[in-house]
Write a protein that binds this ligand. Structure first.
Ligand code: X8Z
Ligand code: ZN
Length: 604
């Protein structure tokens, strides 16, 4: 992930200076010169902000927060000023590449700072501050009053939510984590006001409208595209939901899990109920369990965090990517430091926009983090693949593509692959496929409605449909509507549950992850085909396949230089995002789930 945004400084003033004569019509040469200045300034300020943000995220203090906010403010404000100045070239006929850069310039940041240093600084400070509050967040149970050592951080809470099967303890940490966010509520409200002010100055109706304008299609058409994709996958989700609800009823009883209603959010193995793979052992098919557990394997071999990352790197080099630079290993943060506060939420960085690649992660030795490492490295290999593009094209085809690359590779972490690299002795037979598919579905299919709803909430917050007095209530309405999940205890407007999810305080758009969960299956299907795999999709691995590697590398190298449907076509032959790939992948599971659900309530 890049730092909050990229920006640039100069030229903010030059166009708007009062001039008595009518301004001269600009030429293409002027537009070219302007864009060169934009790109070089932006690259420099983006690097400056990147370094400050890196230090803030890996060493949260009063000062690093201020320094990061200042550098970010400088970068974004310059970016915004350039976007405003660029208006003077509106209507000028210019070469397609140049015209594309002008278009991208207007949407290349997610935090539109309003004019004037006071408001702009206030806004960046709020966002940096909220991210820090989240990063430092801890749940201090009542007995921690006398002993602050009893406070627990998100890593510990995540571990408990993944492994505990004690409903009382789960409820305690679930509620406990949500004590970190009420203090952000006022800040969030102010952030929305200021960010909207900035978006309006740029000609957008609000910040959400600006976010939706980044997809090479009209923003409304993009929103409809999301609805279309969701309708394609919803039946699969609903089947999974019904099956899981039944198995949880068997485990926790009907006083905890209702027969027909939404599933209480604390029982799904994850602090936000966003992925459910940690409860696989609770819901595993009685005689279809594949019989291996990657977490156990990694732990029994005493795998350390660095070795986990090496596994990820080797997958990419097997596809023909160059190994990660030496500086990656020197500058990344792989484990949680004991002596200072850091933002543990995993991210990938490209600090100089060339090859100063890093990841920042508090790695735990388990299957979930094994997948997350591949996810983060996908960002890094993408970043390096497009580093010869002009600056404004150094990004993914759309943000869903960036999030999909590492996950695509993870879909190739099959039993056959694990055997090849010596982590697994015996590959489970085809009769165990339902177990394999169910485990994947708990990770990927369960995520889909969550991936969608975060921005459904934010878009309505930005456009004013959700007012601050309904922040929390409407959050839970959407959780219920899309996920069929409910808060396990009554919530109120004293709470601010959206703030307990990283991307809300850190202001990272979330629709990208929904798109990625559709795209990664589309990528996987195309690459498996290119690799000549004739097995069912979930048994195909592109590991060490030259043809698939080349297809992937070529697409990544395009960066943002062309509209995303062209990048998609280069990789898959299709111009549309298409959920049939994920539906094909899980088709045998869907059939099995529906058999298990026969005669039982489905839906909520
Ligand atoms: O935030 C992430 C990555 C960094 S881009 C770790 N993800 C989302 C999340 O954790 O909520 C990956 C999946 C969804
Ligand atoms: Zn990511």
């Amino acid at each position: 992930m890049r730092p909050l945004s990229r920006g640039f400084l100069l030229a903010a003033m030059s166009a708007a200076v009062l001039s008595p004569a009518a301004p001269a019509v600009p030429t293409v040469a002027e537009a070219q010169a302007f864009m060169e200045k934009v790109e070089s300034t932006m690259m420099r300020l983006s690097e400056e902000a990147g370094r400050a943000s890196w230090v803030q995220a890996t060493y949260i203090t009063y000062d690093t927060e201020i320094l990061a906010a200042q550098a970010t403010e400088k970068s974004i404000s310059a970016n915004v000023a350039f976007a405003k100045e660029a208006k003077r070239f509106d209507g000028l006929k210019m070469p397609a590449d140049l015209a594309r850069k002008f278009k991208l310039l207007k949407t290349s940041f997610t935090l539109p700072t309003p004019a004037g240093p006071a408001l702009s600084e206030e806004l960046t400070k709020i966002v940096t501050g909220m991210e820090s509050v989240y990063g430092k967040g801890k749940y201090c149970p009542p007995d921690a009053e006398s002993d602050p050592g009893k406070c627990i951080d998100l890593q510990e809470i995540t571990r408990i939510m993944a492994n505990s099967r004690d409903a009382k303890q789960l409820l305690d940490v679930w509620t406990g984590w949500r004590t970190i966010s009420p203090p952000m509520r006022k800040d969030y409200q102010r952030f929305v006001e200021l960010s909207n002010l900035g978006a309006r100055e740029l000609g957008f109706a609000d910040t959400g409208a600006m976010w939706r304008s980044k997809y090479d299609m009209p923003p409304d058409a993009f929103a409809r595209e999301l609805d279309r994709l969701w309708e394609q996958v919803r039946p699969l989700y609903v089947s999974l939901h019904a099956y899981v609800r039944n198995r949880l009823r068997e485990k926790y009883g009907d006083s905890v899990v209702p027969a027909r209603g939404p599933i209480p959010a604390h029982l799904l193995g994850n602090p936000w109920a966003q992925s459910w793979d940690n409860i696989y052992p609770l819901v595993a098919p009685k005689d279809g369990d594949p019989g291996y557990d990657l977490t156990e394997i990694l732990k029994s071999r005493n795998t350390d965090p660095l070795q986990m990352v090496r596994y990820g790197e080797r997958f990419f080099t097997s596809l023909g990517f160059a190994p990660l630079p030496k500086t990656f290993w020197e500058r990344s943060l792989f484990t949680k430091p004991q002596d200072r506060e850091v933002v543990c939420h995993a991210s990938a960085w490209d600090v100089d926009n060339v090859d100063d690649l890093r990841i920042k992660m508090c790695i735990e030795i388990n299957e979930e983090d094994f997948a997350t490492i591949h996810h983060e490295l996908g960002h890094n290999f993408y970043q390096r693949a497009y580093n010869r593009q002009p600056f404004l094209f150094r990004d993914s085809a759309n943000d869903g593509f960036h999030e999909a690359v590492g996950d695509t590779v993870s879909l190739s972490v099959t039993p056959e692959y694990l055997k090849k690299i010596g982590l697994l002795k015996d590959v489970p037979p085809a009769s165990k496929d339902i177990g394999l598919l169910l485990r994947r579905a708990l990770e990927k299919v369960a995520f889909l409605p969550f991936g969608l709803l975060i921005d459904q909430w934010r878009w309505k917050v930005f456009n004013g449909e959700i007012t601050p007095d309904r922040y929390n209530q409407s959050w839970w309405e959407l959780r219920r509507k899309y996920q069929g999940v409910a808060a396990p205890v009554a919530r109120s407007e004293q709470d601010f549950d959206p703030g307990a999810k990283y991307h809300v305080p850190a202001n990272v758009p979330y629709t990208r992850y929904f798109l990625a969960h559709i795209l990664q299956f589309q990528f996987h299907r195309a690459l498996a085909q290119a690799a000549g795999c004739k097995d069912p999709l979930h048994r195909c691995s592109i590991y060490a396949n030259g043809e698939a590697g080349k297809r992937l590398r070529d697409m990544l190298a395009m960066g943002l230089s062309r509209p995303w449907p062209e990048a998609l076509e280069a990789l898959t032959g299709q111009k549309q995002m298409d959920a049939t790939a994920i539906m094909d992948y899980f088709a045998p599971l869907k059939k099995w789930l529906d058999e298990q659900n026969a005669g039982k309530p489905v839906g909520w």
